[in-house]
Design a protein around this ligand. Structure first.
Ligand code: ADP
Ligand code: MG
Length: 487
């Protein structure tokens, strides 16, 4: 028992494992409550599921009760017959289960200190309930249900006790974790359930941000895999520019942030097992989570019949795709990653808004054997105008552009982006826009000198990267020149 306490659960994965049990028991309402209790935290999780009958109670508390070989309903989220015990005792030293199934009521507890003190005899304590009374009353008032109580919560640590502040932060993380793991239940994509944490109902967090119209889904693909059919669907998430506020953008990243949460999301019976990462796929060496691929997320649906082939672990936080599907997953992931990288580098200019007009970019990227080279388009409208203005000296411009192309500081840019993330521009969008308009004004003037009138110049500039991102550029330029003409 002491050894099993250390199999590596976190608070998040431990609580999620108990929620699994409630869902498997058919519960509709699951209430989780943590009480700081002046530094001696207590947790209760109360459900209205089928409950545990008297004849199954000991079995439920036995380590490895219904083990991995037992046949299970397709909606059963359990597997090893360990979760209730190991998840709980990873976080606390006393686990009490009170359950009601019709007129059968039972209360049993594992107390680590008692077992240790009893010379290691596996003694279960019966009918000893020392938790909060209201939770037990609520259970009694129901036809059936189960109450799991954690006392002597030490989070698996000996001396290192969290402060109240740290405890509250952990609860916030737990909140977000559960909203992610059980999103499909909370949103009614699986059997709808209601979960509350300290009285606050959880809202599902969709890793694929399907409510954003600029999210690009690929068609769902069924794949034949050992352990049964799986379903795979890729999503390219919206570029940062597409989020209304910084906090929307942060929220979209997920509990671990944009970089960490790219990659595969593996759901087992609609319960999330893995939130991101590339499952060891990649050509040559395994892909790492890199900045440019951070808009790529891929959903994989497996059933609980595939547990062995996917090597599900006790904590339900790892899984490995069977060898037979790896090539196909690799192919799908390559495609999603590639398209996600395009959205990432073209900023928001990919997807619905772009379809109706072609944006004129000054940089041209050409693939060569060992990567890419970057060229300045000689037929870009501004380059063209400037060259014409230079007349016989037009060659000078090409000399300059040629030098710029040969000295693009690729390594430097790459290093900066890897270290500090991409330049966002979102923080001071208005200052950025004022600068851009200033530049657009300068181009209007240049065009003017080349004999291109304002009416022709403006549509050209509005199609030019990066001015295409300015809403109502024409009005803004109009205003600028009208004000100047008046003064
Ligand atoms: N909330 C609950 N409601 C009803 N039965 C439960 C609940 N929690 C646990 N059980 C019973 O206890 C058994 C053991 O649970 P657990 O140790 O988590 O293993 P597993 O979920 O892998 O079967 C479950 O199979 C189930 O029969
Ligand atoms: Mg379980």
């Amino acid at each position: 028992m002491n050894s099993l306490r250390g199999v590596g659960y976190s608070l998040d994965t431990a609580v999620a494992d108990l929620v699994d049990n409630s869902i498997s028991a058919g519960a509709v309402h699951i209430e989780i409550d943590f009480d700081w209790n002046r530094g001696e935290p207590v947790m209760t999780i109360l459900d209205d599921g089928a409950g545990i009958g008297s004849d199954q109670m000991i079995e439920a508390l036995r380590f490895g009760g219904a083990g991995p070989q037992a046949a299970r309903a397709s909606s059963d989220l359990g597997r090893f017959g360990l979760g209730l015990k190991t998840a709980s005792l990873s976080q606390c030293r006393r686990l009490t289960v009170a359950s009601k199934a019709g007129d059968q009521r039972n209360i049993m507890a594992w107390d680590v200190d008692h077992v240790n003190g009893a010379g290691g005899r596996w003694e279960i304590l019966e009918n000893e309930y020392s938790g909060p009374a209201p939770a037990l009353e609520k259970l009694k008032s129901r036809a059936s249900g189960t109450l799991v109580l954690w006392e002597k919560v030490d989070f698996g640590r000996e001396e290192d006790k969290p402060s109240r502040g740290a405890f509250l932060r952990d609860l916030e993380l737990l909140h977000f974790h559960l909203e992610m793991v059980f999103q499909r239940f909370l949103d009614g994509d699986a059997r709808r359930i209601v979960i509350s944490l300290n009285g606050t109902p959880l809202k599902g967090w969709d890793p694929f941000l399907r409510s954003y119209e600029s999210t690009i889904p690929s068609p769902e693909q069924p794949l034949r895999a050992p352990g049964g059919l799986i379903k795979v669907q890729g999503f390219i998430l919206p570029h940062r520019d597409r989020f209304k506020t910084d906090s929307d953008f942060e929220k979209g990243g997920g509990p671990e942030g944009w970089n960490a949460q790219q990659g595969f999301y593996v759901y087992r019976a609609k319960r999330l097992l893995i939130a991101g990462g590339w499952l060891g796929l990649g050509r040559g060496r395994a892909w790492t989570r890199d900045e440019p691929s951070r808009l790529a997320r891929i959903r994989v649906d497996i059933t609980n019949a595939a547990d062995k082939d996917w090597r599900i672990d006790v904590r339900k936080s790892t899984a490995r795709p069977p060898d037979a599907v790896r090539p196909e997953l690799q192919r799908i992931a390559e495609d999603v990653r590639k398209r996600a990288r395009e959205v990432f580098v073209h900023r928001g200019a990919y997807g619905p808004r772009m379809k109706s007009q072609v944006v004129s970019k000054i940089w041209d990227v050409k693939s060569i054997d060992m990567g890419s080279r970057y060229f300045i388009r000689r037929d870009h409208e501004l380059v063209d105008v400037v060259r014409k203005r230079l007349g016989a000296n037009g060659q000078m411009l090409d000399t300059l552009l040629g030098l710029i192309e040969r000295t693009v500081p690729i390594e430097r840019v790459w290093l900066d982006v890897t270290e500090h993330g991409p330049p966002s521009g979102a923080e001071d969008a208005s200052a950025d826009e004022a600068e851009l308009i200033g530049q657009a004004v300068a181009i209007v003037r240049t065009f003017h000198k080349a004999g291109i009138p304002f009416e022709e110049a403006v549509p050209m500039i509005s199609r030019m990267d990066p001015f295409d991102r300015i809403a109502d550029l024409k009005t803004k330029l109009d205003r600028h020149f009208r004000v100047r003409n008046r003064t």
